[in-house]
Ligand binder design. Structure first.
Ligand code: FES
Length: 78
């Protein structure tokens, strides 16, 4: 997914399947001040399982639309 397309994701899209954390949950955590993958993990519990949702770098063969680091990168660009 291109970064500029992230806004088109539905808020209930599950970014982290291990802990069923949605895109909306991640955005809310960022709006509440999370600005690193670690702080998102702490706030939402996303990423504490298989860790594949952290970055495309460790999730290259999945069809996950977006990863925690990409959401952070995009929100910093806005
Ligand atoms: S998909 Fe997020 S930890 Fe497994």
């Amino acid at each position: 997914m291109r970064l500029e397309d992230i806004d088109n994701l539905k808020s209930d899209y599950i970014v982290c399947e291990c802990y069923e954390v949605s895109f909306g949950d991640i955005v809310e955590a960022i709006e509440n001040g999370c600005d690193t993958v670690d702080s998102l993990m702490h706030e939402t519990h996303a990423g504490y399982g298989c860790e594949r949702c952290h970055s495309k770098l460790n999730d290259s063969d999945s069809d996950r639309e977006v990863h925690l680091d990409e959401i952070l990168e995009y929100t910093k660009l806005k």
